[in-house]
Structures are given as C-alpha cells and as structure tokens.
Design a protein around this ligand. Sequence first.
Ligand code: ADP
Length: 205
Amino acid sequence: MLVIGLTGGIGSGKSTVSNIFTEFGVPIIDADIVARQVVQPGTNCLQQIAQHFGNTILLENGDLDRKALRKIIFNDENEKKWLEALMHPVIRQEIKHQLGSQSADYCILSSPLLIETHQQELTHRILVVDVDEKTQIDRTSNRDSVPREHVKAIQASQLSRKERLSYANDLIDNSVSLQETHAQVERLHQKYLSLSAEYDSTKQR
Ligand code: ADP
C-alpha cells in the first residue's frame, strides 16, 4: 500500500490537514499517538523508563508522568539521547505493525519528526505542511496558551523550514484560509488515489 509521510514544524497544521484526510476516509497513523501507546502501563518500554529514572517518573495510577520526563530531557542532552535510543526503534516497529494492518488505497503516516527520526524510510512520498516561522509561533502559542519563547525552543529542535522543504514531494501551503487548505487536500487526495492505483498495478506485474 502506498504510504504518504505527512510532516511539518510545530503549529504548521499537521493535525488540521490529517483531519481533512480523515474526512475523505484515509487512515492516519499518528506517530505522536504511537509514542504514547508504546509507554502504556505494562509495556516493556515503560518498565525500562521507570528502571532508569526511578519510580518517581510514574504517576499514582501507573501512567508515565510525561510532563516530568519532558522536563528531564529538556535539560539533559544525555538523558534525551538515552530515551530516544530506547523509544525510536520501538515506535518504528509499532508504526510498521500498524501500517501492515491497513487495507485502504493509501494511508498517511503523520509525524512531526518524520525526517529527523528517519521514519520517512517507511513511506513512499513526503507531504510537507508549510507556513512561515512567525505563523507557526502565532498559531501554536494561541492554541496551547504557551509563551512564544517556548514555541521557539521547540522550533529550534526541529529541522529548519528550508531543510524540511527540500525533502517535500508534495506541499500544502497552510498560510491560507482553512477553506483553501481543504481544497488543496482534496486535490492531493485525488492525486494519491491515482498514484496508489499505479503503485498497485506495478506491484502486480
Ligand atoms: P500541528 O498539528 O502541525 O502542530 P495544528 O493543526 O494543531 O498544527 O494547527 C495549529 C493551530 O493553527 C491550531 O489551533 C489550528 O486550529 C490552527 N490552524 C491550522 N490551520 C489553519 C489555517 N489555515 N488558518 C487558521 N488557523 C489554522
């Protein structure tokens, strides 16, 4: 099955665009959701995290204290590397598993760090949702009620706009109205349906 990797910086509009694809019946695998699934209570990953950071990293109900963990890795590059080395292969495996169980014409893997974590290797094309940096900051700080500096720090940990765009096979300019973005998604949906038909016929040959 044809897999489209959907990416973009924080606040660029990935969730907005994913929701529109969902309206067209396209299955979405969201790497952020997978990242939460693999640390559910009872998972090997959560066990290793608790062993490494101590049980104080768990909430009373046994869930991972994501806020506490974010704080640790934000301030300690080595701990961040340790966590990434543990999580990335597990997330990748789970994404592969979920991709394997899809039966639609094509599906979308939505990931803010698609390129940074090499998840694009699991996809056939890269679709970048693009807005300028100021719009990213405006929209995210509005959405999450967080200071602009906070958004800038996350932005700095992601690929630059220019570099991300250099990977794009397809592009959605989301600096426009939601209605116009909807129309862009609809055009891409038609394109992906034709590409998926071509993809399937070459596979059958
Ligand atoms: P991401 O998932 O990439 O972080 P979101 O889809 O959550 O980004 O979009 C960030 C914010 O911007 C949200 O509050 C969303 O409603 C808003 N937004 C997205 N696209 C548009 C648009 N075309 N016009 C106005 N606001 C938008």
